[in-house]
Design a protein around this ligand. Structure first.
Ligand code: NAP
Length: 303
């Protein structure tokens, strides 16, 4: 939402019940905004996707989409059916929200989508800004392209922002919650060679960037959601810093074949390769990172 201090704004959001959504909801409410979630599950302050399609968008100042089937769910085997779910849970929810925005009597002022840095081609050397090409070489890059294309609403007065996020680091969810047990046991370590870039962002900065995009009228277009020091972080340095933050010395490397065996070759790419990404437009737009450095971010999360 985007109203003055006296009135609170309202924002309708898809995927608001998830890891990032919970943090963003808390931040928006703390800033006096009202938040309604669009969810597959019932509950207070929630509407269903069916309700949204049939009755349209409830009056709101802004819309955010965070919905998406968890790609790295280790309990789901990578299959055609699962990959279709990964795509449709993102592209169809985005289309549904875009359609509702286009049809709204009073269009919301802002429309924010969170996608991923999987848009850019993994490379040990290339550095990417928001202006770099990408989006057409593997499953994830094509997914991001169709996801972002689904958000386009020709002629809409709603200000469109896409945040391409790196690996989101926070408590109670995301990558760190999956890594905590092995690392606590001293069995954590770099994946594969460990030399691959590890694009990351603290969850408070990702919610902070979305909030900044909602509240600041001049923000528009693509913003990379990665920490400023993220291009200097490799998978190996991340593993070392996480072990250090937990006070654990042991670093057991996980061989690439084991990562492929658990996640399947397609998804393993996300873990065994990575992108060096700079938040160029994000910084230019005036966003100040709370956690620019990895050691500080990890100390906050697991320290
Ligand atoms: N976490 C990361 O490291 C990361 C990195 C880059 C990009 N992203 C993107 O950021 C967004 C939010 O990430 P997150 O970590 O907060 O995700 P998450 O915790 O897995 O949850 C996202 C929400 O999506 C909804 N959802 C899940 N499967 C769905 C399906 N099949 N159909 C419709 N809705 C579904 C769920 O809401 P309901 O159960 O209420 O319906 C869930 O709460 C995702 O789109 C993700 O791809 C995340």
């Amino acid at each position: 939402g985007e109203r003055g201090p006296e009135g609170s704004g309202v924002s309708g959001r898809g995927g608001g019940t998830g890891f990032v959504g919970r943090a963003l909801t808390q931040l928006l409410r703390s800033r006096g905004h009202q938040v309604t979630h669009v969810s597959r599950q019932g509950g207070t302050d929630r509407i269903s996707w069916e309700e949204l399609s049939h009755s349209g968008l409830p009056p709101c100042d802004a819309v955010v989409n965070l919905a998406g089937e968890n790609v790295l769910n280790p309990f789901r085997r990578w299959s055609d059916a699962f990959s279709r779910e990964v795509i449709s849970s993102r592209v169809e929810t985005t289309k549904t929200l875009a359609k509702a925005i286009a049809a709204a009597e009073q269009a919301p002022r802002a429309w924010v989508l969170v996608t991923g840095v999987g848009y850019y081609r993994p490379s040990p050397t290339a550095e990417y800004t928001e202006d770099s090409p990408g989006g057409d070489f593997d499953f994830f890059s094509r997914l991001v392209s169709s996801w972002e294309a689904a958000a386009l609403i020709p002629g809409s007065p709603a200000r469109g922002v896409v945040v391409r996020s790196g690996v989101v680091l926070g408590q109670d969810g995301g990558a760190i919650s999956q890594m905590l047990l092995p690392f606590r046991l001293g069995l954590g370590g770099p994946l594969g060679s460990g030399l691959q870039p590890f694009p990351w962002i603290h969850i408070r900065d990702l919610s902070g960037i979305v909030c900044h995009a909602l509240e600041k009228e001049s923000v528009q277009g693509i913003l990379n959601g990665v920490a400023p020091s993220s291009p200097a972080t490799s998978n190996g340095t991340f593993a070392q810093e996480l072990a250090a933050a937990l006070g654990r010395p042991a670093l057991v490397p996980v061989p690439a074949w084991a990562v492929r065996a658990v996640f399947g070759a397609e998804r393993a790419v996300m873990l065994l390769e990575g992108q060096r990404v700079l938040p160029k437009r994000t910084l230019e737009s005036g966003y100040h990172f709370i956690f620019p450095d990895l050691a500080g971010a990890l100390k906050d999360i697991v320290g």
